[in-house]
Structures are given as structure tokens and as C-alpha cells.
Design a protein around this ligand. Sequence first.
Ligand SMILES: Cc1ncc(COP(=O)(O)O)c(C=O)c1O
Length: 315
Amino acid sequence: MADISANIVFSEQINRILTLPSPLQKLDDALFTKHGIDVFVKRDDLIHPEISGNKWRKLKYNLLDAQNQGVRQIITFGGAYSNHIYATAASGKYFGFETIGIIRGDELSENSSETLRFAAECGMKLHFVSRTAYRTLRENPASRNTFSHSKLIPEGGTSPLALGGVGEMVDEIVQQLGQAPDYIFCPVGTAGTISGIIAKTTPKTKVIGVCVLKNGQYLLNEIDNLLEVSNVNRVQNPVNVNLEILWNEHHGGYAKKTPELFDFVSKFNAEHDFEIEPIYSGKMFFAFYKNFLTMIKPQSKVILIHTGGLQGFIH
Ligand SMILES: Cc1ncc(COP(=O)(O)O)c(C=O)c1O
């Protein structure tokens, strides 16, 4: 992986633009005290209002790679509500890249969502394509010949280069906590975030993912591939020992919400000094509160990763 310190301009830009390390905030609840556990939230949502959460973590080494190769144009993919499109467009604006967004749906325009409007305002050039063309462009490199001078970042920002940035979040946690945590919980969408966490944790830490999609079991292969390509040491990181994914906490599927989830998120937001949203962090927090008594051993230190995405959350 490229050495960030060698790129002084990029390091200085990061320090100027972003809040890092993100805070680690204790989450107080009488139920946690009674069960004898300490729960902390890694507030990656505070990294930047427009490049928040796991989006920055996953983009960092992709952007550095583009800079080091002298590539000034980024091309990426997403839907009308994609947090990744939003964050990539903002990164282009702040870090001085041209950005191109291939958007799923040729019936859409830049006025179809707040996300697309914001991306266009940041200067992202939006290409609206049919679902079929989207799949071809995403999966077949030859179909992207016209963009051959661009750096490609896959949908959701998930690529082998994403793992390094996520791993830095784990380093921050260990430093802030003064030890490796016993559990890390995170939401799982395309599995880049959880792969980066697995790559950086030892068997002391159990990594628990909450899959926000229905039938997401195919993501286990994706995790395997990402770790393989990233050369993760499987002896140090025996995936099967310290990984568990909750597959049935999706509330009906991606972006679907049950009344229970909606009530939980509203109540949580009313009672705390920070917010969660119902698509990613809300499902993860819900699953944690529902399962901690049976899943978490007393005397443990637990981290919940707040992966941001609040800009897309309309109350
Ligand atoms: C706010 C937010 N949280 C969590 C996730 C899930 O992360 P991943 O796709 O890396 O599994 C995403 C999607 O990337 C997201 O936008």
C-alpha cells in the first residue's frame, strides 16, 4: 500500500479538511452497567459533514493512489441515494479531482434526489444509464474504454485499497481505548468496511457485522476475496474464529424499515446527543441492543462503529 507520509500535500490536505482521529464516545445505559460491559461509539460520522464515516476510510487510499499516479479524474458508480456518490463528489471538490458518477437509472436526472443535486453542485459529471448498461459498465472493464485515463473506484467504495483506510480506524480505537476491544460491531452493505476491520484485528476481538440486506450471505465470498487480494495474514486473522455476521437484522431488505426499527431510531435520537439513521447505523444499533445480553460476555469492552450517512437521512 502507498505510504501516505510520502505525499506531504495529501497529508496536509487531510489534516486541514478532516477531523481525525474521530472521537471514541462512551455510550451510557443502565442496562450495560447491569450487564457489566463498557460500550463505546466510534464517531466516524464526525470526520466531515460531507465525507463522513466509512466513506472517508474507504476513499482515502483510492484517492492517494490516484494522486501518486498523477490521475486527476475519478470515476465511480451508484444509485440516486448513494452515500458513496455523495462522498466521492465532495472529495473531488475538496481534494481537487474531477469526478464522474455513473448513475443507475436512465429515467433519473440531477434533480431526482438531494444526493444527486449535491453531487452535481460539487462538480461531479453525472451519467444516467439503464440498469443493463450500469451492470455492463460496472463489471466489464472493456466497456469503460472512454474513461481509461480515470481512476476507477467500485460501487460503495469497496476495493482492496479501501481496507487500509478502515484499518486505520481500528488503530485509532486501540490507541483511544488503551487496548484491543473485545467486540466490534459494524453495519455490512458491500462488506468493504468489515473486511478492513477483520484485516486489522487479532482473535482477541470478535467482529460482528449486521447485514443490512436480505440474502446477503454471498458477501462472505466478497470478504474472502478482499482479504486474499489484500494479502491479509490468515494465521494472525483467522476469519472463521472471530467473525460473526447477523443475517436476519435487515428489517425486510436494503433501505426497508419496520415500525420497530423506526421507533427505535426515533427514540434513540431523542435520548442521545448524536443521531443514527435507519439504513445502516440504525439497523446495527438495533441489533446490538436486541442481542447484547446473549452475545456479549460480561466485563467486555464493545465498540459500535458509527459509519455516518446522516446526510441522506430525512427525519
Ligand atoms: C453510512 C454507511 N454505513 C455503512 C455502510 C456499509 O459499509 P460497506 O458497504 O463497506 O459494508 C455504507 C455503505 O457503504 C454506508 O453508506
